[in-house]
Write a protein that binds this ligand. Structure first.
Ligand code: CRA
Length: 817
């Protein structure tokens, strides 16, 4: 860990208030009296940026002039969450800000509430990237996050009157966005299309069109490190705004066509990729940000040099490829080195190989990108040539190592028809890592087995982590205070393993009661929040049981909802008296990909189960289901600290890691989960007796597939499962319409690819264990506290330390004077 401590900001609350006043007057043109909370938010954000400026410049200076290798984290997603509170915390300005805002006559929360969350990511992968750049800065390691400033982030989710998901565009830049600085003077040109010609024996790419990549810089302040790194998100602009000749012919729309085409590149996060056009746009995005970032790094590290010695590039910066999305960076760096700087192939390959590493985040084959070769050929003809040559070299290398012809064919990076980006990344970089022990093992044993046989040393694991600053300190101030009280220090915020010191306190009933009181107060807070934001009436005296994550079949929201329906069916049939039901509030949060039919139908089902169950007097309010729409980082920060029981119930071998599981354990929720992803490591650390484990293991899943899985057998054998599925089929949750969920029911009974039915019995069986423990609040909270005490390992600071040691081989900048 870094020894650097933050220079205590000398600013007083009065000065901070003056800075806000000045900004309001000279930049925004409003008096304090005229100002709205939104005005004050912008002014406060600008004031915070000003306070970070010296550290930002110093960090860049030390990075470029020193000998510490920097990290470039290339990621198509950065799901940052709101910035103001986090920046204040990390800059040590929270108290001054609070006092200043109040002295100006504003309510703190009103001001913070005006900040609009940028949704520049889909889920875990994007949020992980945000945690990682926070930790890099907090550890004092010089780093760039490189990505795209999408104009529209992930869609805004609403539900229609039938409970169906409706997607609306999320125009997060509708109001002034004070954090990003657009740096027009440091733009890069990125080119596409055209053809490769031979000129004087050299291959020359003659592109057909180009766009201008303009960097938008976000400061990334480290917590108590005095260091501020950069998140550089590229925005696409046209090289020429419009064609005046066409415009003068009154063809106004045609005149702006090139502009539209250019700006489309950074218009939207992950466009649909089921059409040819969508695919092409996605590849354009990937190449756009990667090409701009690589050129930018050369500009930054070799300032003003027309003939830089790029053999030193791997000593200046190491690039991490966050999944396959930035992998086109490998042929792009080859192209830059060979075509732009005149290096020979072998030198270029050696530089490239040392500069890149690849993190794989999935085991689902459909998430490992494969590009049609003709698409790459059309859009990036020179890159396709380079990829072909890389593949030739690769095959020769394999042959020399004695690998058989069949295996060589299996391992092809370029098959003639397509390019396998995960294979290109594995061969083209120095290291490959999975994101949890189990996942890394499965990568070696299954997904990338051939590669791990030939290059065993490339493979390693780095288990994911989450930043305790945002997800404990900011999200859960009550728990933070209690932890600090229990440990007698707040150093845990930069050394999370210190939480271990709480373990003895689990034997102290007084402390456990305080811990329980924190959870209860958080539940009351969340109930108020849910009332205000969604109009829900949550009862904080029931168990809060949460399942939040993207909606995907493998994550098995269906398992949760079927178990809930089974319990409802028990009440309806009189098998169970509502009086004997432990009161439970089940809270779902999930977005489904717009084109994912069964996932969207599951959302509709959950909403309608909520409607029916919450309004049935027979249930006597014992079971309640809520589905707050538009799950995002903000909602996570409110909901996670208020949760008693967290659901991590994916089919074993499908969830690469999960990071929600870590956030919940750190906030004192108990977990019900399968042996999947990082659940395995959480359980190992918190102790098997403090984790509700159920369900098949990876081996059992594999065996069942091999033996031939038939879900109907489970339906026939388990009357409760049958009752639940029958209820979905018979129209109970669709106003009598039997067709509404027919595709879902038919999938469960005939395919059930992720074996929801096979795990149903185990899942419902563990509920009695859960409820027995919940009936003893002191014992429940003791176990929950043990979870907190033993989850320090899941700090993203630890993940980053692992990357530094195992993959990046660099460390913090020298301590600040
Ligand atoms: N969907 C995995 O599924 C993992 C995150 C971050 C995911 C999660 O289990 O925690 O990555 N994979 O490592 C992914 O995005 C393309 O693959 C995810 O967020």
């Amino acid at each position: 860990m870094s020894e650097i401590t933050a220079p205590k900001s000398p600013v007083t609350a009065e000065q901070f208030a003056d800075e806000i006043r000045e900004q309001l007057k000279y930049a925004q043109g409003v008096t304090v009296e005229q100002a709205t909370p939104a005005d004050v938010y912008v002014a406060a954000a600008v004031a915070v940026r000003h306070h970070l400026m010296d550290s930002w410049m110093q960090t860049q200076h030390d990075m470029v002039n020193g000998t510490t290798k920097a990290v470039g984290y290339l990621s198509a997603e950065f799901l940052m969450g709101k910035q103001l509170r986090n920046a204040l915390l990390n800059a040590g300005l929270t108290e001054q800000y609070n006092a200043a805002i109040e002295s100006l006559g504003f309510n703190l929360q009103d001001v913070v509430d005006t900040e609009y969350e940028p949704g520049l990511g889909n889920g875990g992968l994007g949020r992980l990237a945000a945690c990682f750049i926070d930790s890099l800065a907090s550890l004092g390691v010089p780093a760039f996050g490189y990505g795209i400033q999408y104009k529209y982030g992930i869609f805004k989710q609403e539900f229609d009157k039938d409970g169906k998901q409706v997607e609306t565009p999320d125009y997060w830049l509708a109001n002034e966005e004070p954090w990003g600085h657009i740096d027009y003077n440091r733009s890069q040109k990125v080119s596409f299309g055209g053809k490769v010609v031979k000129e004087g024996g050299k291959k020359v790419w003659k592109p057909a069109w180009s766009v201008r990549a303009v960097p938008v810089d976000y400061m990334v302040p480290g917590y108590a490190s005095g260091r501020v790194n950069t998140l550089r998100l590229w925005s696409a602009k046209a090289e020429d705004e419009f064609d005046l000749l066409t415009f003068n012919r009154s063809e106004y729309l045609s005149a702006v066509k090139p502009q539209v085409k250019a700006e489309n590149i950074s218009k939207i996060l992950y466009p649909e990729d089921s059409t040819k056009e969508g695919k092409q746009l996605r590849l354009e995005q990937q190449y756009f940000f990667v090409s701009a970032s690589l050129h930018d790094a050369i500009r930054v590290f070799y300032p003003g040099e027309s003939k830089p010695d790029l053999t030193t590039l791997p000593d200046k910066i190491v690039f991490q490829l966050n999944d396959t999305h930035p992998v086109i960076g490998i042929p792009e760096l080859m192209r830059i080195l060979i075509d732009e700087y005149g290096y020979d192939w072998d030198t270029a390959w050696s530089i490239t190989n040392k500069t890149f590493n690849y993190t794989c985040h999935t085991l689902l084959p459909e998430a490992l990108e494969v590009w049609p070769a003709d698409l790459i050929g059309e859009l990036l003809p020179r890159h396709l040539e380079i990829i072909e040559k890389i593949n030739e070299q690769f095959e020769a290398e394999l042959k020399a190592k004695g690998v058989g012809a069949v295996t060589i064919k299996d391992m092809a990076i370029y098959t003639g028809d397509s390019v396998r980006m995960a294979y290109l990344a594995t061969y083209g970089g120095s290291h490959v890592n999975g994101v949890a022990e189990l996942h890394s093992q499965l990568l070696k044993d299954v997904t990338l087995k051939n590669f791990s046989d030939v290059y065993p040393d490339k493979f390693t694991n780095v288990t994911n982590g989450v930043t305790p600053r945002r997800f404990i300190k900011l999200a859960n101030p009550r728990l933070s205070d209690l932890i600090t009280e229990g440990l007698g220090t707040d150093k845990w915020l930069s050394d999370l393993e210190l939480l271990k010191g709480l373990e003895p306190l689990a034997a102290d009933d007084e402390f456990v009661r305080k811990f329980a009181a924190v959870k209860q107060a958080n539940k009351v807070d969340f109930a108020n929040y849910a009332k205000r934001e969604y109009g829900f009436d949550l009862d904080p005296d029931t168990m809060f049981n949460t399942m939040v994550k993207r909606l995907h079949e493998y994550k098995r929201q269906a398992l949760k909802i079927l178990a809930l329906i089974a319990r409802y069916a028990d009440i309806k049939s009189g098998k169970l008296s509502a009086d004997d039901v432990m009161p439970r509030t089940v809270i779902f949060g999930a977005k489904a990909a717009p084109g994912y039919y069964l996932a969207k139908m599951t959302i509709q089902l959950i909403n309608n189960v909520a409607r029916v169950v919450n309004n049935d007097p027979d249930v006597k309010g014992k079971l309640n289901v809520y589905f707050p729409w538009n799950y995002n980082v903000r909602l996570a920060q409110h909901l996670i600290p208020a949760t008693d029981l967290d659901e991590q119930i994916s089919q074993a071998g499908k969830e690469a890691s999960g990071t929600g599981n870590m956030k919940f354990a750190l906030n004192g929720a108990m977990t019900v989960g399968t042996l999947d992803g990082a659940n395995v490591e959480i359980r190992e650390r918190v102790g098997a007796e403090n984790f509700f484990l159920f369900g098949m293991t990876v081996d059992e899943v594999d065996k069942l597939y091999a033996d031939g899985y038939g879900p109907r057998k489970y339906y026939e054998a388990d009357p409760r499962l049958k009752a639940a599925i029958d209820m979905v089929a018979d129209g109970t949750f669709s106003n009598g319409n039997k067709d509404t969920y027919a595709p879902l029911v038919s999938d469960w009974l005939s395919k059930d690819w992720f074996m929801t039915l096979a795990d149903f019995h185990a899942y419902t069986a563990i509920q009695s264990e859960i409820e027995a423990l919940y009936a003893q609040p002191l014992e429940w909270n003791r176990k929950a506290l043990i979870n907190v005490a033993n989850s320090g390992y899941f700090s993203s600071d630890r993940s980053i330390s692992d990357y530094l040691e195992r993959i990046w081989h660099t460390g913090p900048l020298p301590a600040l004077a």
